[in-house]
Design a protein around this ligand. Structure first.
Ligand code: FMN
Length: 135
């Protein structure tokens, strides 16, 4: 069974940009749906933007991307990476939510025009995954 990982950044809209309740609401629904759909990943909110990595089967990812594109709590989704993967970086997390590390802030300053963006995204996610596994 082929697995894929999609990583995107988007602009948070309205209260979604800074409200804790709004974030909890998103995480709660994500956790429930992603368990059902065998999707895993991590999400960070950083300076009014969402950064999310989601991994799973193509059909489940595409269905979620459709819902995400229609969600008015964010806009202007930019896909930073969409690739086939051999294994999940976040197998134990239906949707983890963590504070943005400084490396994400640096990455978002230049995204998505940086030609190295996909490699930088992969490095960041590998570091995040290692830190989460060690914790
Ligand atoms: C930044 C952001 C990330 C989201 N991530 C997910 C996700 O990983 N999984 C999910 O099911 N919904 C996610 N959502 C919510 C979806 O856009 C949508 O509201 C939800 O899937 C609808 O679920 P329901 O049909 O069960 O109500 C996210 C929304 C936002 C704004």
């Amino acid at each position: 069974m082929s697995l894929f990982r999609i990583v995107y950044v988007s602009d948070a809209i309205g209260v979604a940009a800074d409200s804790l309740l709004a974030l909890i609401d998103i995480i709660g629904v994500s956790d429930r749906n992603n368990r059902r759909d065998h999707l895993t990943g991590v999400m960070m909110r950083c300076d009014g933007r969402f950064f999310q990595a989601i991994e799973g089967r193509r059909v489940d990812l595409d269905r979620l991307m459709g819902r995400l594109r229609a969600d008015r709590r964010h806009a202007d989704m930019r896909i930073l990476s969409d690739r086939r993967i051999t294994e999940r970086l976040f197998p134990a997390w239906a949707m983890a939510q963590i504070d943005a590390p400084p490396a994400l802030k640096r990455l978002l300053v230049c995204a998505p025009d940086d030609p190295q963006i996909e490699a930088r995204v992969e490095r960041l996610l590998t570091d995040v995954s290692r830190a989460m596994t060690a914790a």
